[in-house]
Design a protein around this ligand. Structure first.
Ligand SMILES: *Cc1c(COP(=O)(O)O)cnc(C)c1O
Length: 411
């Protein structure tokens, strides 16, 4: 029995619940997005219960309103939004949520609409220009400056421990941080320091090192700080990228936070994107053609597999067939459906050697930066969504929270 086969996971699923293989049996001609509300709920409970501070969901990882409602119901009350469209969408979905506008470079109109129209009070910045912009955009019509701003200065930190760098675009350098922290302190009701260690940080050391930067910045600027925001970067599990347990990240962050001169008076925040939603969804694709070890599938670089194509990300795959293959797994690469040569996913993706046109594959762990990236290029943009109750292909959370790790779907 090959462990690539989905049938293994079915034992724990309630009899009447839909699973990935049921969807494959219906022979869909277009890709199908599977969503697993129980997986998102479990991840959210884990962060809410175990992260030693406040958890903000970074909406860009997966902006699905359904997902956002699930996270809210599981106790996530704060949302990291990065564009005015995200502000509007989360506000329309969750009227009571706290929104934090954490893109360090914003349009002045977006700041004003967020502040006056949607109650946003928390903004990040990494330059004096942005600070001036925020102050201007939030002034009352009579010119009175806003007295209720939480301003988070984004520090530049190393992405050395992460699979996807976020080190070059944003963040104030250690030399400029002092001046910006002092200036922001003067106009902020609450002052924060934030950073992002890069996505899929493979060791907690990434945060320890960044927190050392934070400590130096606080000491040099000699300001009081009310919020320490360690950003995103919390990993999920993929082939060849199995991270240490998230508890170790939380312990490392907590220890570093306690060593800061401001820990007694400040709040600790985190902004996980990937870790909260990677397990939420996967994708069923059909093999339209096989050429040697290359499979032509009906989704790709312009669909949910952007990262698989452009940064060589390896997602787990499984063959969905009623009768199990008796052949050994071998390495395949994928071509997506568009006419573009770049619509290619190198993998390697391990699948049974007898896979052929007409077979269905589930590509797992696409809840973060997968389904969110879909475009309509070349007419291949559609994917139906089906809620399923089976387990995601891998999980960091099963049996790790007070929630029963069952598959009960609450629709
Ligand atoms: C993208 C992003 C996040 C989420 O990052 P993950 O690696 O998905 O956890 C959090 N904060 C900011 C400011 C971001 O840009």
């Amino acid at each position: 029995m090959h462990k690539h086969h989905r049938a293994l996971g079915l034992a724990s699923v309630p009899n009447n619940a839909v699973t990935g293989i049921d969807v494959a049996r219906s022979c869909p001609a277009e890709p199908v997005t599977l969503v697993r509300p129980h997986a998102a709920r479990r991840a959210a409970r884990f962060f809410v219960e175990k992260f030693p501070g406040r958890t903000l969901y970074a909406v860009k990882a997966n902006p699905s309103p359904d997902l956002i409602r699930i996270l809210w119901d599981a106790g996530v009350t704060h949302y990291d939004v990065a564009s005015i469209a995200e502000v509007r969408m989360v506000r329309a979905t969750l009227p009571e949520a706290v929104l934090c506008f954490m893109h360090p470079v914003k349009a002045e109109e977006a700041i004003a609409e967020a502040y006056f129209g949607h109650g946003v009070r928390t903004f990040s910045l990494d330059s004096m220009e942005e600070l001036d912009k925020i102050v201007r955009a939030t002034r009352a019509p009579d010119g009175t400056p806003a007295a209720d701003l939480t301003l988070c200065v984004r520090l530049r930190v190393s992405s050395d421990y992460s699979k996807l760098s976020l080190a070059s675009k944003f963040g104030v350098s250690p030399v400029e941080a002092k001046e910006l922290l002092i200036a922001a302190r003067q106009v902020a009701d609450a002052l924060g320091i934030c950073f992002h260690v890069g996505s899929q940080a493979m060791t907690p050391d990434a945060y320890a090192q960044a927190m050392e930067r934070v400590r130096q910045a606080i000491v040099e600027a000699a300001v009081t700080v009310d919020v320490i925001d360690v950003g995103g970067g919390f990993p999920s599990s993929y082939p060849g990228m199995e991270p240490p347990p998230l508890e170790l990240y939380f312990e490392t962050i907590h220890r570093a936070f306690e060593k800061l001169p401001v820990s007694y008076s400040s709040e600790l925040w985190a902004e996980p994107g990937r870790a909260l939603c990677a397990e939420y969804s996967s994708l069923i694709v059909r093999v339209e053609k096989r050429r040697g070890d290359e499979l032509y599938i009906n989704d790709g670089a312009y669909g949910a597999l952007f990262d698989a194509a452009h940064v060589g990300w390896r997602f787990p795959v499984t063959l969905l067939r009623d009768t199990e293959s008796r052949t050994k797994p071998m390495a395949f690469s994928f071509y997506g459906p568009t006419c573009d040569d770049m619509d290619r996913m190198a993998g390697p993706f391990m699948l049974p050697a007898d896979i052929a046109a007409g077979d269905y594959i589930e590509v797992g762990m696409l809840g973060a930066y997968g389904c969110a990236m879909r475009t309509g290029f070349n007419g291949f943009g559609t994917a139906r969504t089906v809620t399923v109750a089976d387990e995601p292909m891998t999980t960091l959370y099963a049996g790790r929270t007070a929630e029963p790790a069952s598959n009960v779907v609450k629709l």
